[in-house]
Design a protein around this ligand. Structure first.
Ligand SMILES: Nc1ncnc2c1ncn2[C@@H]1O[C@H](COP(=O)(O)OP(=O)(O)OP(=O)(O)O)[C@@H](O)[C@H]1O
Ligand SMILES: [Mg+2]
Length: 475
């Protein structure tokens, strides 16, 4: 595609040459503006974002190199092409170093210049397409505040997208720190209820005796200390989302009252007979195994089904280690953002602003340990570990193994013990390797419930390769 609608600033002090180039470019559909000096060009640049600047390096007054510097500083994406005098390759090299895309030496054929221009514009187009793709990819690894690229998280994002527009009840399960509350908030923020309130109630944080009043509200004198009328959390969430956290810790008596409230979407404040109706979306979360609690008679079966309309399970971090590098990066960016905000505030009374701090990098070895560790506290623990490492690496741009806690430093990728010992009498290498291969294939199939695609991925193989190997092993 000829990039015809592009705006070009042409800077050349030799009038006939400038006119000839301008004519050729205009014929090809470019919008061309001419300047006869560096000063005039700077003035034009200050109020118009040209796509391209073509400049002679030898100009009276401000020379081409300074002009180039100013243009690139102001418009980092500008395509700059410089025209140099005969035999001044050194100048051309200097210009390229400072951000010019290409150069042509006088005397030149107009086609030479046009060719340089076309290819520079093409390269720039590809470069910005690349940046766009990268940005898009990054988008796909996020859902509201949630980060993840593991298959489990990608499936979760898809599910969240599907159920976000509905008002269906959701039950989020997962170990501590896996992100249950983040998911609940993400659901609310991507639902049509986002402009209304998100009200959370953590059942385990409130004494059982007060939980009912907290949930449904109370009237004056309903119990000792109830000095006035008060709205419950369920009522506060009207039109919005109600997040019932740690629902597994609720007493069976209160479960019965909750069930009715959820079924009828109506309830009474404690000590009152007036019925209140609400329109809420309910999201519940738990780190206990509710199905087992139902079997043990600790959780009402009907309430379980009422909550478990759409089950969302967050796998522990150790089962989705591909997410670790992305999460680490996310927390590093978050922390450096916080620090820059703080620095800005501290500096606000003084003049001038220091360059923003860049997020730290993580050495390969440190990342290897982070990925080998088992993370019993899941994402929350990872976030704390990153924060600690940032503090310990103060003054350095990179986080190293020594900045991690001893526990994490000691994390080792599992090594197959049989793979390191060489028996006295030697070994039949082919048979030995075949044995290991068979063992790993079997274990990966077990772990993925027989899913060959997923097993192949675990082994870093193509699915077809795994299938071939299986055929060979069966013989
Ligand atoms: N996928 C994720 N992307 C980004 N941050 C996450 C993610 N998952 C969890 N976090 C972060 O980890 C921390 C713990 O998350 P959250 O409070 O949602 O966990 P939880 O499952 O509710 O834990 P608990 O059972 O202990 O209440 C939060 O600081 C959250 O920001
Ligand atoms: Mg929580």
């Amino acid at each position: 595609m000829p990039e015809a609608h592009k705006h070009i600033l042409l800077v050349e002090d030799e009038v006939p040459l400038r006119a000839a180039i301008a004519e050729q470019l205009t014929d090809r559909g470019y919008h061309v503006e001419q300047a006869d000096s560096g000063e005039a060009a700077l003035a034009r640049l200050s109020d118009f974002a040209f796509d391209v600047i073509i400049t002679d390096l030898r100009l009276p007054g401000i020379n081409g190199v300074d002009l180039l510097d100013a243009a690139v500083a102001r418009y980092p994406d500008i395509v700059a092409i410089v025209v140099t005098g005969f035999g001044t390759v050194k100048d051309a090299v200097e210009a390229i170093k400072r951000g010019a895309w290409d150069f042509v030496s006088k005397p030149f054929q107009i086609d030479e210049l046009l060719h340089a221009l076309d290819s520079a514009l093409e390269q720039r187009r590809l470069k910005s397409e690349n940046a766009y793709l990268r940005a898009q990819l990054e988008e796909r690894y996020r859902f509201e505040g949630l980060i993840g690229k593991s298959p489990a998280m990608k499936r979760l994002f898809q599910l969240l997208e599907t159920v976000a527009p509905t008002s269906s009840t959701i039950l989020i399960t997962g170990e501590t720190g896996t992100g249950k509350e983040v998911v609940a908030r993400a659901m609310h923020h991507s639902s049509p209820r986002r402009a209304q309130r998100f009200v959370a109630l953590n059942c385990s944080a409130i004494p059982e005796t007060l939980l009912e009043a907290e949930l449904f509200g109370h009237v004056r004198g309903a119990f000792t200390g109830a000095s006035g009328n008060r709205q419950g959390r369920l009522e506060q969430a009207h039109k919005g989302t109600f997040f019932l956290d740690e629902v597994g810790t609720m007493s069976v008596a209160l479960q019965t009252k909750l069930l009715r409230a959820l079924q009828e979407r109506e309830f009474e404040r404690v000590g009152d007979s007036h019925t209140i109706k609400v329109d809420v979306r309910v999201i519940a979360a738990t780190n206990s195994d509710l199905a087992r609690m139902v079997a043990d008679g600790q959780f009402r079966e009907d309430l379980y089904y009422r909550l478990n309309v759409i089950p969302v399970h967050l796998p522990p971090l150790r089962e989705r280690k591909d997410d670790i590098p992305l999460l680490v990066q996310h927390f590093l960016e978050k922390l450096s953002g916080d620090r820059n905000d703080r620095n800005d505030r501290e500096r606000s009374d003084r003049a001038g602003k220091a360059a923003p701090e860049r997020p730290k990098t993580v050495s390969q070895e440190a990342m290897r340990r982070l990925m080998a560790y088992e993370w019993p506290g899941n994402v929350r623990q990872l976030e704390n570990a990153v924060e600690r490492a940032v503090a310990f690496s103060a003054g350095r741009a990179q986080i190293d193994v020594g900045d991690l806690s001893t526990e994490i430093q000691q994390a080792e990728e599992p090594v197959l013990p049989s793979a390191v010992a060489l028996p006295e009498e030697g070994v039949d290498l082919d048979r030995f390797i075949a044995h290991i291969e068979r063992d790993l294939i079997q274990r990966s199939l077990e772990r993925t419930g027989g899913n060959k695609g997923a097993a192949a991925k675990l082994l870093g193989l193509k699915r077809t390769t795994l299938v071939e190997k299986l055929k060979r092993l069966e013989k």
